[in-house]
Design a protein around this ligand. Structure first.
Ligand SMILES: Nc1ccn([C@@H]2O[C@H](COP(=O)(O)OP(=O)(O)OP(=O)(O)O)[C@@H](O)[C@H]2O)c(=O)n1
Length: 363
């Protein structure tokens, strides 16, 4: 039995990039051998084990063959005679198909190191096409490594384009798309994720309206949001900001976006560009949509987004100020004057509108 470090940890070591997880491959062993050594089996579809002490993942070397559509149509062979090279050949990208043995020697049958030097995201083999989720992974790796100069190899882009056009993406579970998207939004250049997916027609195949809404300026802003360390929800909201509110809502549902991401994105789509707000009622309506009194941070999140999208919009600073001033209006004084119930609500609203008229100068 031999054990090799594989995947992201080897890749990121070679890239001198921080990694957080180590994955191992075991060659020449039966599941029983690992169980006898105290490993704990966790994989359902194929045998993956947790090391008794480190709890790192150890997988038996395996081959995979697609036997039908979707995610369960795979036949795995994890017999002890599967070689390291065979295991590496089923992996998505050459830079992910490098192994390191116990003596730190690198085993690189698919020339991942060459592609690291050439800064190319290149698929290992035509079997890449058996797993359409890999299109999203490639786009995500582009988002992570663009700043190092990485691009997608032409032949990989061509393969991804033909997969997209063949309707392969429809078999991906929406939950998995959201997982990849939210990871990509957390990377240094999330715009590259969208650029790759636009370039290979995957975004048009998955979400045509969203794909059509991207402009070069919007892509730049998605990266600016990352550079300014805006939150994932804010980055997502920016990426949806060219949609109207109802398309954004549909997209969030189809993507199975998290509640907090949908909440912000839908309200941002509805309020960028900032509406006319020609009356105090309309100002209050915008503030109330962001729940300014209970969740002032959400109004601030929106304003930061809107400032990126509309840097010359002077009403944003006024909106922020109005949110703060209105939050300070408390029901206490009105209650001591004997207001309660619906009357109290109406009187509070009147105070807020009066404050808004004073702050904004509209009626
Ligand atoms: N659809 C997939 C998923 C994973 N892999 C392979 O399994 C390894 C481990 O996958 P994962 O932990 O998801 O990714 P990492 O490459 O480790 O990247 P990250 O840094 O994002 O964890 C990858 O390197 C790749 O070789 C693959 O070929 N195809």
């Amino acid at each position: 039995m031999k054990t090799y470090l594989v995947g992201g940890a080897v890749r990121d070591q070679l890239l001198d990039y921080p990694y957080h997880e180590r994955d191992w491959v075991v060659v020449g062993a039966h599941p029983e051998d690992l169980l006898a050594l105290g490993y704990q089996q966790v994989g359902k579809d194929f045998p993956v084990f947790l090391h008794p002490k480190s709890k790192e993942e150890y997988a038996l070397a395996r081959t995979e063959r697609k036997s039908g559509p979707g995610y369960h149509g795979f036949v795995c062979d994890f017999s002890p005679d599967i070689t390291l090279e065979e295991d590496l050949s089923r992996r998505d990208l050459t830079i992910n198909a490098i192994a390191q043995d116990e003596d730190k020697a690198i085993i690189d049958p698919y020339h991942g190191q060459r592609d690291i030097a050439a800064k190319l995201l290149r698929h290992v083999a035509p079997a890449f096409a058996e797993d359409p989720l890999r299109i999203l992974r490639v786009a995500r790796f582009a988002a992570r490594y663009t700043h190092l100069g990485f691009t997608v190899a032409d032949e990989t882009m061509a393969l991804m384009r033909s997969m997209s056009r063949n309707g392969e993406l429809a078999t991906i579970a929406p939950e998995r798309i959201w997982v990849e998207l939210s990871k990509a939004l957390g990377e240094q250049n999330p715009a590259s994720f969208f650029e790759v997916l636009l370039n290979c027609d995957a975004l048009a195949a998955l979400f045509p309206e969203w794909a059509a809404s991207f402009t070069p300026a919007l892509l730049t802003l998605v990266d600016t949001a990352a550079a300014q360390a805006l939150s994932l929800d804010q980055r997502f909201a920016i990426s949806c900001s060219n949609l109207d509110a109802s398309s954004c809502k549909t997209l969030c549902q189809n993507l199975r976006a998290s509640n907090s991401a949908s909440w912000l994105a839908e309200r941002c789509a509805a309020n960028t560009p900032l509406p006319a707000m020609e009356s105090a009622e309309e100002w209050l309506k915008v503030l109330e949509q962001f729940d300014y009194a209970r969740r002032p941070e959400q109004l601030a999140n929106f304003i930061a987004i809107a400032q990126l999208l509309q840097p010359s919009e002077t009403r944003l600073a006024i909106l922020a100020d109005a949110g703060e001033q209105l939050s300070a209006i408390s029901a206490g004084e009105l209650m001591s004057q004997g207001y309660k119930g619906a009357e109290l609500g109406a009187a509070l609203r009147e105070q807020r509108l009066a404050a808004l008229r004073a702050i904004t100068g509209v009626n």
